[in-house]
Design a protein around this ligand. Structure first.
Ligand code: PLP
Length: 396
């Protein structure tokens, strides 16, 4: 079956909630994705950071296959060996006390919302049903109806209401606006340390530190959504390390699944994790032995293969090269580590289509931002190969 027929079939039977570029991918090898006609594409998008380890990482694949041969799904009605080992590693790496495993990122965000509200009532003493969570404008935390209800993006919300109350918005990077909306009923601030879907928006230096101080002064939890920014994407394990702060909890997903399957988690201080008791929350697949084995190996590979250091090193080089490249269409090059947004003065989609013809996969975010976020395992030669093509396409 040729690519056109496969594309037509998917279009006919799948809901049109995405608009994919016209290529059918059939295989992956590290930073490369192979099309149905055998063309090799450099993946500079990494499935929004879910493929930070590269495609079909041999160690993660082996861990998955070994676990599949033993046991995959048992539900949390019973104990398993991999889950404790995985969450022990996750707690060691994040510096937190406990975790609640989920599958998708949105589910882990929902878990954080529940934990924050219970903490608000049971520890902070907020009156019943009055708890508020403060979020940032232009946020992206997933697609459930609760989450899109506190988004500022019309496309995410249109005709999906009525929405869940208890959320307030402040300006991303604007500490004064947070000061204004936080009140005695605020249980938490939920924020991305760098906004990915909004166009790789990096807040002003010092913002997170000021936000931490404000949360401390007001007795408010600071919960960071590091689903996309975490696990090495910004050149450190977590984006919050760039400002040397400690949040009260962190939400992880995407790369936690090692490019193989959905694995997410809410990871927090003891006081927050202990808000959950049997019956209060759950997920049939969350924390299953296969997911735990994959998640553990994903963490070990990041640690043992130096992927985080590589993200910092190659990311610095990438940014510097893009910054010295003079192109009238470029307004700004920003980002941290291997997570770069090139803001253009015009729509970015035609450039993504041109890059596809050149053998580079990426997508625009927010109309006019070109996202460059390859797997963290990318070598200097591979990066050079991609850069040549990006520069060619942007310069033409
Ligand atoms: C992708 C993403 C989510 C949602 O994750 P899903 O696995 O798609 O549900 C939430 N927050 C951030 C910051 C993300 O990038």
């Amino acid at each position: 079956m040729n690519a056109v027929t496969m594309i037509e079939r998917e279009k006919r039977f799948c809901a049109h909630n995405y608009s994919p570029l016209p290529v059918v991918l059939v295989r992956g090898e590290g930073v490369w994705a192979i099309g149905s006609d055998g063309t090799r594409y450099l993946d500079m998008m990494s499935a929004y950071s879910a493929v930070s380890h590269g495609h079909v990482h041999p160690r993660i694949r082996s861990a998955a296959v070994a676990q599949i041969d033993k046991l995959s799904v048992i539900s949390r009605a019973f104990y398993s060996q991999p889950l404790g080992e995985f969450l022990e590693a996750l707690c060691r790496i994040t510096g937190f006390d406990g975790a609640l495993p989920m599958n998708s990122g949105a589910e882990a965000v929902e878990t954080a919302i529940k934990a924050a509200r219970r903490w608000g009532y049971r520890v902070k003493g907020i009156a019943p049903d009055q708890a508020e969570i403060v979020v940032a404008d232009s946020n992206f935390h997933g697609r459930t109806s609760t989450i899109v209800g506190f988004s500022s993006e019309p496309a995410y919300r249109a005709d999906f209401g009525p929405f869940c109350g208890g959320f307030k918005q402040a300006g991303f990077g604007d500490i004064e606006s947070f000061r204004q909306v936080i009140n005695a009923n605020t249980c938490a601030v939920l924020i991305e340390p760098i906004q990915g879907e909004a166009g790789i928006r990096v807040p002003p230096a010092g913002f997170l530190r000021e936000l931490r101080a404000l949360c401390d002064q007001t007795g408010t939890l600071l919960i960071l959504d590091e689903i996309q920014s975490g696990l090495g994407r910004t050149g450190k394990w977590f984006a919050f390390e760039h400002e040397e702060i400690r949040p009260d909890a962190v939400i992880l997903g995407k790369a936690l699944g090692g490019g193989i399957m959905p694995v997410s988690a809410f990871v927090a201080r003891r006081e927050l994790i202990d808000q959950f008791n049997p019956g209060s929350h759950g997920s049939t697949f969350g924390g299953n032995p296969l997911a735990a084995a994959v998640g553990l190996e994903a963490l070990k590979v990041l640690e043992e293969e130096g992927l985080i250091e590589n993200s910092a090193r190659q990311g610095e080089y990438l940014k510097q090269r893009l910054n010295t490249f003079k192109c009238p269409a470029i307004r700004e090059v920003r980002g941290r580590g291997l997570w770069i947004g090139i803001e253009l003065d015009r729509p970015a989609k035609p450039y993504c289509e041109a890059l596809l013809q050149e053998g580079v996969l990426t997508r625009e975010t927010h109309e006019n931002v070109l996202r460059i976020a390859p797997p963290l395992s990318i070598t200097r030669d591979e990066l050079e190969w991609g850069l040549e093509r990006i520069i060619k396409v942007l310069g033409s």
